[in-house]
Design a binder for this molecule. Structure first.
Ligand code: AQP
Length: 338
């Protein structure tokens, strides 16, 4: 439920841990653009989150620009939204430390994304990967954000943000941080891996064939959808028929999201269709929707100085909101400042 004691404000981010993939676009960026103009919107390239796993320093700045180019190419307008990269606003790290001291180890131990990413190799992971949901809470609460559009995989972290805000308010007897609402809507809040419909599509997944990159050309997109794993059955007559068919459901949901439709609309059009008919139609639709964005991304990437200027300007506007909130937090906690 939305916290009506606070002015509505949106915050969300994407980490530059590789090139953008279709899940980032449908589950996040496309929805970020949709919220622009409805309330104040603050969007971040969360480079401090990216280094929770190793990032080549020679690549990181470029990957940061590429996520920014993806935002801009998809329609984020820097005159309507604040757009910046996280490491340019030091208050994120400062509030992140305070929240490390509010969050409980037991809460962090329940974070399923850490378990998925660490696998059986927990001891070798960075402390940052384990603590990252507390930094994410700081990213959000530093702006007193009331709404956070994310994909389904981030729901647990936004719920943790609410728990951190609640404990801070309770421990210090204040009503300072809002209860943030995760905004998870539309048909593609969990885009799945094209080779395994039980795993999420990711930037850092092992095989390039399992994801659509925002920079893939038409041939690659067609090839990846053609080779996408499916079961042998044709598309069902009703959406209920997708229930136990993860790969089929994923392709229908991608089609629906790209076409601003619902899975039921897609099934109405393609009921009983064989994959030989549906997959080329999906590839054509994806190319029609993604090609203008990737062309625009390339145009932005040809002018890195302009991207840096936009991020620098956004960082200044972000600091103007964040720093007073951080100062007030220090006062509440009792930090002496001379
Ligand atoms: N497959 C997905 N379907 C829907 N939404 C997705 N998001 C990511 N993958 C999907 C959403 O994109 C936003 C930014 O995510 P992120 O880059 O900060 O972290 P992530 O979720 O860990 O993304 P990746 O692509 O899986 O990165 P790697 O492989 O580096 O960990 C979030 O809103 C997320 O929900």
């Amino acid at each position: 439920m939305t916290d009506t004691n606070f002015t509505p404000r949106v915050f969300s981010g994407i980490k530059p841990s590789g090139g953008l993939q279709l899940g980032n676009y449908l589950g996040a960026i496309k929805r970020f653009v949709g919220m622009q103009g409805q309330m104040e919107t603050v969007y971040c390239v969360v480079d401090m989150h990216a280094i929770t796993v190793w990032q080549d320093p020679a690549e990181l700045a470029n990957a940061t620009r590429e996520v920014a180019a993806g935002y801009l190419a998809a329609g984020l307008d820097p005159s309507k939204s604040i757009l910046f990269n996280q490491s340019q606003v030091a208050a994120h790290a400062e509030l992140g430390w305070i929240f490390n001291c509010v969050a409980r180890v037991g809460w962090m131990n329940r974070m399923t994304q850490f378990k998925d990413k660490a696998g059986s190799n927990v001891e070798k992971q960075s402390l940052g990967l384990y603590a990252y949901p507390a930094l994410m809470a700081a990213d959000i609460l530093l702006y007193h954000a009331t709404h956070v559009p994310v994909g389904e995989d981030q729901k647990q972290h936004v719920e943790l943000t609410r728990d951190i805000a609640k404990k801070f308010n309770h421990d210090y007897k204040v009503d300072f941080f809002p209860k943030t609402t995760p905004v998870i809507d539309g048909p593609a809040t969990r885009v799945m891996n094209l080779r395994d419909g039980t795993k999420k599509m990711s930037k850092s997944g092992e095989s390039d064939m399992e994801r659509i990159n925002m920079t893939d050309d038409a041939d690659k997109i067609a090839k990846k959808f053609k080779k996408a794993k499916t079961d042998p059955e044709p598309l069902p007559e009703t959406v209920d028929g997708l229930a136990d068919r993860p790969e089929a459901r994923n392709l229908v949901e991608i089609y629906a999201s790209l076409n601003d439709a619902t899975p039921a609309d897609v099934i109405n059009e393609y009921a009983g269709a064989q994959w030989g008919r549906f997959k080329p139609a999906l590839a054509d639709l994806a190319v029609a929707k993604l090609a203008p964005i990737s062309t625009e991304m390339a145009r932005y990437m040809d002018d890195p100085a302009e991207i840096d200027r936009i991020l620098g300007d956004g960082a200044g506007r972000a600091r103007a909101i964040a720093e007073p909130i951080l100062r007030k937090t220090y006062d509440i906690v009792g930090m002496l400042r001379s």
